[in-house]
Design a protein around this ligand. Structure first.
Ligand code: GRF
Length: 207
């Protein structure tokens, strides 16, 4: 089995990236390998973990590109090509991507969002979920399209919102589910089991 070559794009802590690395390491049959961790922030915490794990890292500093999103995306594209990347995972990557970049990676680029989409797109999802009084919250993996948090949904996991939840306790419960569904999403994508039909994503049975 040839493993798909995956790049994980981060801006910060990188715990989802770490979950992907662990899964890829722990399971000999995992159909993907993490060949690159790319950060747009030189001081992203996740870079330390990647380096310690022996994974090639690269920083493409978005600050240096200012408002020129096309130039930033082109610089990232060059790094991804150099590393022979086949699948791109956004994991806490805090940059909007150009439509051209999204088009280039259509069907091969995924994101994880800490809410049950299409509810609570954007930032501060846990605080907003608490403010709205929803009884269930969760996380979503989805294909990336130019609209923010809008692409076809792949997997979701729900958690109950408890009466005494704070933003932190809720975030923690959701994060545990993120670490479960993101590796699972990559497993399905890398083994060619995801079929996109309009906005719906079907999972083909294995084998
Ligand atoms: C996660 O909650 C993810 O869903 C969101 O940003 C957070 C990143 O956390 N997009 P980490 O960097 O993976 O620890």
């Amino acid at each position: 089995m040839t493993k798909k070559r995956v790049a994980v794009l981060i801006s910060g802590r990188g715990s989802n990236m770490a979950a992907l690395v662990w899964m890829a390491d722990a399971e000999p049959d995992f159909p993907a390998e993490i060949v690159l961790v790319l950060s747009n922030k030189p001081d992203a915490k996740g870079l330390d973990f990647a380096r310690k794990s022996g994974i090639p890292t690269v920083v493409v500093p978005s600050k240096a590109y200012g408002k020129d999103r096309a130039a930033f995306d082109a610089a990232m594209q060059a790094e991804l090509e150099k590393a022979g990347v086949e699948i791109v995972c956004l994991a806490g990557f805090m940059r909007l991507l150009t439509p051209e970049f999204c088009e280039k990676w259509a069907g091969r680029m995924v994101n994880i969002h800490p809410a049950l989409l299409p509810s609570f797109k954007g930032l501060d999802t846990h605080a907003r979920a608490l403010a709205e009084g929803v009884k269930f919250h969760g996380c979503t993996t989805h294909f990336v399209t130019p609209g923010m948090d809008e692409g076809p949904i792949i997997l979701q996991a729900a958690v109950p919102v408890l009466d005494d939840d704070t933003e932190e306790t809720l975030a923690e419960r959701v994060l545990a589910e993120e670490h479960r569904i993101y590796p699972e999403t990559i497993r399905l994508l890398a083994s060619g089991r995801l079929v996109v039909e309009g906005r719906r994503v079907r999972v083909k049975s294995a084998g």
